[in-house]
Ligand binder design. Structure first.
Ligand code: NAD
Ligand code: ZN
Length: 353
């Protein structure tokens, strides 16, 4: 779990005080910031950073979702430049938060990020890491994984050393997110809740967090007439609770299929989940109806037929990535999942997207 959590409007201003006690002599702090804020810094992130002379600012290129090669490049550049660092502060959406966690781990663990894609392969704690979300929904701020696309698979570095040491949840930082991006990342949280609550791995821990997060998503994406400050606060907490819910259970069908899309087509996680969820009536009937109502309420129209041009070989690649995610299928469909989700059935689903 995350060691320390600060929540509140303008709590970002506490960053300097928070990291002060973690500064080591002659060891800089690195600020890894979503490249969006290089040119669009309406919330004044860059000029409020508690920078000291030897600290470094790096703008994270999140045009594509994080790749193991990019993590290696960032970590190796930093290691060449600085022998050691006091810590790393990640400020951005799920992609930047995941990069931050991965770079922290690769600063202290040998080899390539590829070597750690899996469960409990990381053996040493990373450098001190702080996460500050500027988009809410992925739950990356609380999770014990960092999702990376490698040469052969899209899989996280899942470990006890992966969670942040500190997070700062400041709803002021997400207030200007465009409505479509807010919806896609917000629906990631909604889908985490559905997949956790309707999964076989459900337990009292996951249920407690999942039900609360689900109610907050329903409130802001379905019942509220206008988006307001409270909506940002609720979405930020829903993301946290949704992340906590899946920490002790697992995601399900939408994620298992969406990972294949993302691997082959580079479809972003949030929108990819939405495209898939829209076709999952058979697996989550009530939730898919509710999801469609949310699309309507928020005036979102999803891309159609994104797999229409794909070859058989492309579809097979997606099947391979998706079937590789066994825990997700088992959570969604039970131990006998292979007899339910056959290759032919999954192919039909992919072709429908
Ligand atoms: P993202 O981080 O990929 O960002 C999407 C876009 O929004 C980017 O162009 C970014 O520059 C921009 N952006 C960021 N903050 C903004 C702001 N305040 N205003 C306007 N634009 C802003 O999007 P995401 O949905 O937050 O994250 C998706 C990533 O999270 C994927 O890589 C996915 O695999 C990962 N993920 C991780 C976990 C986990 O537990 N580690 C869980 C779910 C998803
Ligand atoms: Zn997700």
């Amino acid at each position: 779990m995350v060691d320390y959590v600060v929540f509140g409007r303008n709590s970002f201003n506490q960053l300097g005080d928070i990291i002060k006690t973690h500064r080591k002599p002659n060891q800089p702090f690195v600020f890894l910031i979503d490249h969006f804020f290089e040119k669009n810094d309406q919330v004044q992130i860059c000029n409020r950073l508690p920078i000291l002379a030897h600290d470094a600012i790096i703008f994270a290129d999140v045009t594509h979702e994080p790749k193991t090669s990019y993590v290696d490049q960032l970590a190796n550049d930093l290691k060449q430049k600085f022998e050691s660092i006091s810590g790393i502060v990640g400020i951005g959406g799920g992609s930047t938060l995941d990069l931050t966690k991965a770079v922290s781990l690769m600063f202290t663990n040998p080899g390539s990020a590829v070597d750690y894609q899996g469960w409990d392969l990381v053996k040493k704690p990373g450098v001190y890491k702080v996460g500050i979300p500027t988009l809410s929904g992925t739950g990356s701020e609380v999770s014990r994984t960092t999702v990376l696309t490698g040469p052969t698979k899209k899989l996280g570095m899942n470990s006890d050393f992966t969670p942040f040491n500190q997070i700062i949840l400041d709803p002021e930082l997400i207030k200007n997110v465009p409505a479509d991006q807010r919806f896609y990342t917000g629906m990631d949280c909604y889908i985490h809740c559905i997949e956790s609550l309707e999964g076989h791995f459900l337990n009292a821990f996951s249920k407690s967090y999942g039900e609360k997060a689900l109610a907050m998503c329903q409130n802001i994406f379905l019942h509220k007439k206008h988006w307001d400050n409270e909506s940002d606060e609720l979405l930020m907490m829903a993301s946290y609770f949704g992340g906590m819910s899946i920490a002790y259970s697992q995601v399900g069908v939408a994620h298992a299929i969406s990972y294949g899309l993302s691997y082959l087509l580079g479809t972003k996680h949030g929108i990819g989940n939405c495209i898939v969820m829209n076709h999952l009536e058979e697996y989550y009937p009530a939730a898919v109806q509710e999801f469609k109502a949310m699309l309507k309420h928020n005036h979102i129209s999803l891309p159609q037929q994104i797999t229409a041009h794909l070859t058989n070989a492309d579809i097979q690649t997606m099947l391979q990535v998706s079937f590789g995610l066994k825990p997700l299928w088992e959570n969604a469909l039970g131990k006998e999942w292979e007899s339910i989700m056959t290759p032919a059935k999954l192919e039909t689903l992919y072709r429908r997207l």
